[in-house]
Structure formats: C-alpha cells, structure tokens
Design a protein around this ligand. Structure first.
Ligand SMILES: [Zn+2]
Length: 474
C-alpha cells in the first residue's frame, strides 16, 4: 500500500512562503517530498505561480531602491520588460516606498519600521538613509540572515531566529548537509552539552555507561562539534564528563585518556584503587590477599582490556612490580609476592618478564632445540652492558651462548615499540630502543636480533626469519 505523508502545519507554511520564489523541485527537496506531492498540494491550496518572470537582477534592485518617491509607473519605464504588478510585488517585498516619501521629506523624522513596526528616528544609526529604505537596520540584518539560511532550506522565524530550532534540530541540519558549521555565536556551553548528549545517546545509540565512555572525539567529527568543544572545554575528558556528569566518569575510564595523564603516579594509584574495587566486585573475591593477585596478572588484565595497569608498570615504571604496587597502596593487607603471577616457561625452568617474552622463549626452545637460550629475565644485575656514549646500561631479554658459554647472540624484545603513538613516553621508549639497537649492533662478535610485536604474528614468522641468518652464520 502506498504511504501517504500527511502535510504538517509547518510544511504548509513553508510551501506558502516559498512557492513563488523556489522551484517545485527545490521545495520538494527541502521538504523531502516528491515533486508530485508538492504540485498537488499547491493545487489544493490554490497557490499558483505568477507568470514566470526572471529573478530581479542586482542592477534592477538598485534602480528600485534609488528611485523611491517616483510612482510605480515612472519606475517601470526604467525597468524594461517588468510588469507593473511584478514591480509592485517586488517593492513590497523589499519594503520600498513609492508614494509619498522622498529623502528630503523624511530625514530626521520619526518613521515606523515596516517590519518590526517600531517608531525610530530616520537617521543613519537606525536606517540606511541614503538608500531610503523603510526597514530599520536591525530588521534588515535579520532579513539578510534569514534569507541566507532560507537558501539552505532552513526557514527561520523572524522573531525567534536561531531559536526557531532546538539544538538537536541544528545537529540534524549539519547531518543533512544544509549547513557545514553552526551559525556563529549560536553554541553556548549549555547548548553544546545538549548537542553532545543527543549525538552520543541518539545518533551513536550509546545509552549505558560502558558504551558512553567508549566515545571518542574522532567519532563525533561529522557533527561539527569539535572546535566548539575546544572553545568550551579543556579537552575531551572535561567535555564528556561534564555532559554526562551524573555518571561521574573518571579520566582513566575513557578510551582516550587526557594527554600526559599516566605520567602522574597519583593518577596511576587512583586508577589501581578503582581497578581493585572493580575486580573484587566482578569476581566476587572474598579473600583479597590470596585471590586478588591472580586477577592482577598480565594475561587477565589484557583480557579485560585493562592494559593501562601493565603500562604503568612497564612503560611508566611507577612501581617495580605489581606486588610492590599493591603493598604500597594497601599497607594493611599482607600480600605474598609468590601469589602474583610470574611467567614461567613451558618447561617450568625459567621465569620471564612478560607474557610475550614467555611466548618467544617457548617458541625458540621448541623449534630450535640445539640453541642454548638464556632468558636474562629477573637476573638483570649480572647481565648488563654499558653504553659509554649515552651513559646508560642495558640488560637484554635473551642471550644465546655457545658451548664455551660465550655470548654469540643477543635478542631484545621491544614490546612497546609503536611509531604511531606520538606520546612522549613512547617517543622516549623508541629513542632508547634505537640507541640500544645501535649499541648492540656494534658489539663485535655478537649477533643482534631486535624483535617487535609484529614478529609474533603468523606463528612467530618474524622471529623465525630473524633467527635463521644467525643460525646459518654460526
Ligand atoms: Zn525594524
């Protein structure tokens, strides 16, 4: 069955206001209706287009404006091909006066604005005196503005102007492409908050806390709000946490934490206290001292996407270990270091620093059984190399030794090597990694292999490919 879209009051109003000036196609587009529906409605309402006359040119309008005081008959002589009725219509539309007044007669007088009906002195503060226009400057500015938006399919009420529409409706105008940015000075902090709520709740369909906190600045790009967020808020966190103040969002819950956030140890601590509460509630932990440590393992934290805890230890180095962190935060609890998971190789003989290092270690041991691989891991002190040039010492993750216990190869895993991350902690890490690589590459008689997360892909393809040249050369 064909759906009949009932005409709303505002659509009819729009039609009546525009049928003379816009084409049926333009009206249909503005109202999201078919041309047939528009022409049919015009017929029903008895709206008939005047004889098709070309639009008035700027030149013609200038003539109309500068010859007020003449009769219409007189001015029609200056405008070829214009009918009296067309000129009559146009001068009314422009608010021009062709009967009694002339420049001389009205200057200094009190004049009623033909638009707002206010009485004002006819001077250049209130009117465009030289053009002899009887619409006050204030009204004219509004009319120009209204016409500008009318061309974009946005019909403003003269008395409400931008308030004709709700903030939500303005967001829709952006989405539909009527406008590319919001009208200047429209967006206050309050309006911005309403728009953000609308975008997140309705447009992104995120209504529950866990969903809302995932929202990133990038995702709301197409709603043209980002520059306004910069104007009214100090960063994305402030914007989202103010908009959804009832949720009491913490910075660390966001997908994008504020810049430099994790460098601050107290932020890391605040987060950890939150995380501990989260773990206790979610896992129904009864004996905190015994049970909690196992949930604070790298594997589990990665699984529940709480990698920040791991970063705080390995990247930002706020604490040496999870045990130290927990003992500092909860001095009244008696944690046992043994309960915090360490990574033990599959053969049960070696402790490793991280899960990835365990994977690499196990892979090499299983696939290259002739190699004597030593994970330096927790025995850092006896395995340091000193770089004089930069005055820093390194302890590589793995060494391969020969039958005389001589070091033949050094393997380093750069787990946080991420060129895309602009954060200076990552930059520092990368710079140090590069110095380290340079140093090891220049050690005589030692083959150096640098590994990155990508080398673990495809069943350790990269690890295999980087090890082969060493094996062939030895
Ligand atoms: Zn006025």
């Amino acid at each position: 069955m064909r759906k009949i879209k009932i005409w709303t009051e505002s659509e009819i109003e729009f039609l009546k206001a525009n049928y003379q000036t816009l084409s049926f196609e333009e009206i249909a587009k503005s109202l999201n209706r078919t041309v047939k529906s528009v022409t049919g409605k015009c017929h029903l309402l008895g709206l008939r287009k005047r004889n098709k006359q070309p639009r008035y040119t700027e030149e013609e309008i200038k003539i109309l404006i500068s010859n007020q005081g003449m009769t219409i008959n007189e001015v029609s002589k200056l405008l070829n091909n214009r009918s009296i009725s067309s000129i009559d219509y146009k001068i009314k539309e422009l608010g021009l006066n062709y009967n009694i007044r002339t420049k001389q007669s009205i200057e200094g007088n009190i004049v009623k604005c033909s638009k707002c009906q206010n009485n004002k002195e006819f001077n250049s503060d209130n009117f465009y005196v030289d053009k002899n226009l009887l619409i006050c400057k204030k009204c004219l500015v509004k009319i120009v503005f209204i016409n500008k938006l009318k061309r974009k399919g946005i019909l403003l009420d003269f008395n409400k102007l931008l308030d004709t529409y709700t903030p939500e409706e303005w967001v829709e105008f952006i989405l539909k492409g009527n406008i590319k940015k919001y009208p200047q000075s429209y967006i206050t902090k309050e309006i911005l908050i309403r728009m953000l709520r609308y975008v997140v709740n309705i447009k992104l369909n995120r209504t529950v806390r866990e969903e809302i906190i995932k929202t990133t600045r990038n995702e709301i790009k197409k709603y043209a709000l980002n520059s306004h967020i910069s104007n009214h808020f100090n960063g994305w966190y402030e914007a989202i946490s103010t908009t959804f103040s009832e949720l009491e969002i913490k910075p660390f819950e966001l997908f994008e934490t504020p810049k430099g956030y994790w460098l601050n140890k107290s932020h890391a601590d605040e987060y950890m206290i939150w995380l501990v509460g989260y773990l206790i509630n979610n896992n129904n932990i009864q004996n905190i001292e015994k049970e909690l440590p196992q949930y604070l393992s790298h594997t589990y934290l990665r699984d529940i996407k709480q990698n920040k805890a791991i970063d705080c230890l390995h990247l930002y180095k706020h604490y040496k270990s999870m045990y130290e962190w927990m003992s500092t935060l909860y001095p009244n609890l008696n944690f046992n270091q043994k309960d915090f998971s360490t990574y033990v190789s599959n053969d049960g003989k070696t402790e490793l620093d991280s899960l990835e290092e365990k994977y690499i270690y196990d892979f090499i041991l299983e696939n290259f059984p002739n190699i004597t691989l030593i994970a330096t891991g927790r025995k850092r002190k006896n395995n340091t190399y000193f770089n004089d040039k930069y005055n820093e010492s390194y302890s590589p993750d793995f060494k391969i030794i020969d039958e005389n216990k001589k070091v033949r190869c050094i393997i380093e895993y750069f787990g946080f090597y991420n060129l895309k991350n602009e954060h200076h902690v990552f930059k520092d890490y990368i710079e140090k990694a590069d110095r380290k690589t340079d140093y090891f590459n220049n050690l005589e008689d030692i083959y150096f292999i640098d590994l990155y997360p990508i080398d673990l892909n495809n069943n350790f393809e990269g690890v295999r490919n980087k090890l082969m040249p060493f094996l062939l050369s030895s």
